[in-house]
Design a protein around this ligand. Structure first.
Ligand SMILES: *Cc1c(COP(=O)(O)O)cnc(C)c1O
Length: 374
C-alpha cells in the first residue's frame, strides 16, 4: 500500500472559479481579492484582512510596519518552521528563541518573561499543528511590557482557544495559503487585524508605497498617484483569491473530518503507549498536522521503516536554533531550549488530510505501531 503524505482538496469548484477570474479584466489585485479579504476577515471575526503573496512576506511587512529594526529584539519559539525566525533576521532585529511546553509543543508563555529586555519589541507565538497557544497569557504579558504580538497562524485558521480565534487576541494574525496548508492557492498569505492604522500601512508596503492600487488607478478615468514610502511587492492577485473563495465555505467541514482522523490516531496511539502533543483544555484545534513523539534514538529508524512501508512522513520540525545558520547566528550565546530540542529529535508527522481513507488510516496506524515496537 502507498499512502501519500498529503493530497490537496482542489475540486471543479475551485477550477471553475479560477477560470472565471482568468476571463475577467483583472488578473492582478482586483474585485475578487477585495471580496476575499472581506470574507476572510468576516470568517475570522476580525475587522480587516489583506491578501499577500505568502506568510513570509506578510509577516515581514507587519514587522516593517511596526518599525522593527536593528537594535530591537523579537521573541519566537524554536519549535516552528524557519520562516518565523527568518523574517525577524531580515528586518535586522535580533531573534530571541523561547522554549516550548512539553505537553502541547507550543510556545511556553511562562518562559517568555525572563527573555524580555528593554530592546524587546514583539512576540511571535506559533499555533503549532493547529493548536492555539495560550493567547490570554501571552497578550497579558505583551500588555504589561508594551509589546506587539504577531500570531503565526500558518497552521490555524479554524482553531479557537478560550472562545477566541486567530486575530482576536493579538495585534496581527498572519496566515499562509501555501500548497499543504488547510486552505491553499499554491502560494499565498494574508494578514488579519483590528488595527486600521496597521492595515493602511500594509496597503502601502505591499504595493511599492503607491497611494493607489491597480483597481483604483484604472477604475474609470486615469488618476495620478503618489509614492508615499519605500514599499515592497507582496499583493495577492485575483487568480489566487478566486481559488481561495470557494474553500472559505468548506474549511469547517474539512476541519471536522481531520478531527475524526486525529481522534482515531489518538485513541489507537494512546492504547499502544505512543505519545503525541495534547490539545490544551478549552481549545478547538485547526488540526493541521498530526505528529507523534517517539524515542529520539529510534526516530530516524522509524522514519525509514514507515517510508519503506509506503507511508509519506515528515518532520515538523527540527528545532530552528539547531540548524546551521542559527547555530552560527547564536555562536557564543548560551541557549537553553531543552523541550524544543527534545521535540525536534523525537517528532514524526503522519498523513492528515480529508482524502485519507479509513483503510489508509488503519494501515498507517498499524505500521507505526509495528515500527514503534520493532
Ligand atoms: C508554512 C509556514 C510558514 C510560511 O508560510 P509561507 O506562506 O510559505 O511563507 C510560516 N510559519 C509556519 C509555522 C508554517 O508552517
Amino acid at each position: 500500500m502507498k499512502v501519500e503524505f498529503f493530497k490537496h482538496n482542489i475540486t471543479q469548484e475551485e477550477i471553475d472559479s479560477v477560470a472565471q477570474a482568468m476571463r475577467s479584466t483583472f488578473l492582478t489585485a482586483g474585485p475578487v481579492t477585495k471580496r476575499f479579504e472581506e470574507e476572510f476577515a468576516k470568517k475570522l471575526g476580525v475587522n480587516h484582512a489583506l491578501g499577500m503573496t505568502s506568510w513570509t512576506t506578510a509577516a515581514f511587512l507587519v514587522l516593517k510596519a511596526w518599525d522593527i529594526k536593528e537594535g530591537d529584539e523579537v521573541i519566537v519559539p524554536s519549535m516552528t518552521f524557519i520562516a518565523t525566525a527568518n523574517v525577524v533576521v531580515q528586518t535586522g532585529a535580533k531573534v530571541v528563541f523561547c522554549d516550548s511546553e512539553g505537553s502541547t509543543g507550543n510556545l511556553d508563555a511562562s518562559k517568555i518573561e525572563s527573555l524580555i529586555t528593554p530592546r524587546t519589541k514583539a512576540i511571535i507565538p506559533v499555533h503549532l499543528y493547529g493548536h492555539m497557544c495560550d493567547m490570554k497569557a501571552i497578550k497579558a504579558l505583551a500588555n504589561k511590557y508594551n509589546l506587539k504580538v504577531l500570531e503565526d497562524c500558518a497552521h490555524c485558521i479554524e482553531g479557537t482557544r478560550d472562545g477566541r480565534g486567530p486575530g482576536q487576541n493579538s495585534d496581527a494574525a498572519v496566515f499562509s495559503f501555501y500548497a499543504t496548508k488547510n486552505m491553499t492557492c499554491g502560494e499565498g498569505g494574508a494578514v488579519a487585524t483590528n488595527d486600521v492604522n496597521l492595515i493602511e500601512r500594509l496597503r502601502l508596503l505591499r504595493l511599492h508605497g503607491m497611494s493607489k492600487s491597480a483597481a483604483d488607478r484604472y477604475h474609470g478615468n486615469y488618476q495620478h498617484w503618489d509614492m508615499e514610502l519605500l514599499g515592497y511587492k507582496a499583493n495577492m492577485n485575483d487568480i489566487q483569491a478566486s481559488m481561495l473563495m470557494p474553500q472559505l465555505n468548506k474549511i469547517d467541514e474539512f476541519r471536522a473530518r481531520r478531527e475524526e482522523i486525529c481522534r482515531y490516531y489518538e485513541s489507537r496511539f494512546d492504547a499502544a503507549g505512543i505519545r503525541f502533543p495534547v490539545v490544551a483544555p478549552g481549545t478547538t484545534s485547526a488540526r493541521h498536522l498530526f505528529t507523534i513523539w517517539v524515542d529520539p534514538k529510534r526516530r530516524d529508524l522509524m522514519l525509514d521503516r514507515l517510508q519503506k512501508a509506503g507511508i509519506g512522513v515528515a518532520v515538523n520540525y527540527r528545532a530552528v536554533h539547531q540548524l546551521s545558520f542559527y547555530k552560527k547566528y547564536l555562536e557564543g550565546q548560551t541557549v537553553n531550549l531543552p523541550i524544543a530540542e527534545q521535540i525536534g529529535n523525537s517528532t514524526i508527522t503522519l498523513p492528515l488530510y480529508v482524502k485519507l481513507t479509513q483503510e489508509e488510516l488503519s494501515y498507517v496506524v498499524d505500521q507505526v505501531i509495528k515500527a514503534f515496537h520493532g
